[in-house]
Design a protein around this ligand. Structure first.
Ligand code: IMP
Length: 196
């Protein structure tokens, strides 16, 4: 395999995966190379369903192997919410800030020891009839107020296990090493390297 399409227009995701795949001799394309691709509606009930839906659509329309990812934050005190609905927790047009604020409101009366949560990412790879998924999980705790300026989404309130800082206080490199997405991508890239 020489070329692979990432079913995403997120520049950070593209850059990160491109740098990882370059040593394997794989050129990573993205939705920027296929402006005719439509945005895939993430309406499935699982992360795996959404990730596969995006990768299938992209593979079918580009005739190339495709990869995509979907992530959710699962909070134990909220029975796993927002989970697959993390991007639109506070509504369809919600900003990262709206979602984060809703999460803090929902957890207002929950004590620290019960604020356990995890980020989960599913990476899906589709090449013709071949389909494979890879999962990465990062355990942690939801703080009572945001800390740090880096990252995105729920990063300012998520403190990964065995760390003193939130994801938003860690450098991008430090976050990638322990993050849900970093782990899922690592599994995928290892598998891809062995497959070649
Ligand atoms: P996506 O699957 O990467 O689009 O992620 C779905 C939603 O989960 C995003 O809109 C963010 O709210 C949240 N999210 C995903 N990854 C992260 C992360 O690494 N840190 C914080 N929030 C994230």
């Amino acid at each position: 395999m020489k070329r692979l399409v990432l079913a995403s227009g997120n520049k950070d995701k593209i850059k990160e995966l491109r740098e990882t795949l370059e040593p394997l001799g794989i050129k990573l394309l993205s939705t920027y190379d296929y402006p005719e691709l439509e945005e895939v509606v993430e309406d499935q009930e699982t992360l795996e369903g959404n990730a596969l839906k995006k990768a299938r659509y992209t593979a079918r329309h580009t005739n190339l192997p495709s990869v995509s990812d979907d992530t959710g934050l699962e909070v134990d005190a909220l029975d796993g919410a927002p989970g697959v609905y993390s991007a639109r927790y506070a509504g369809k047009e919600a900003t990262y800030r709206d979602n984060l604020q809703k999460l803090l409101n929902e957890l207002e009366s929950v004590p620290e020891e019960n604020r356990t949560a995890r980020f989960r990412t599913v990476v899906a790879f589709v090449d013709g009839d071949q389909e494979k998924t890879f999962e990465g999980v990062c355990e942690g705790t939801i703080l009572t107020e945001p800390k740090g300026e880096g990252g995105f989404g729920y990063d300012p309130v998520f403190r990964p296990q065995n760390h003193k800082q939130t994801f938003a206080e860690l450098s991008p490199e430090a976050k990638n090493k322990i993050s849900h997405r970093g782990k899922a991508i690592e599994k995928f890239v290892k598998w891809l390297g062995a497959k070649k």
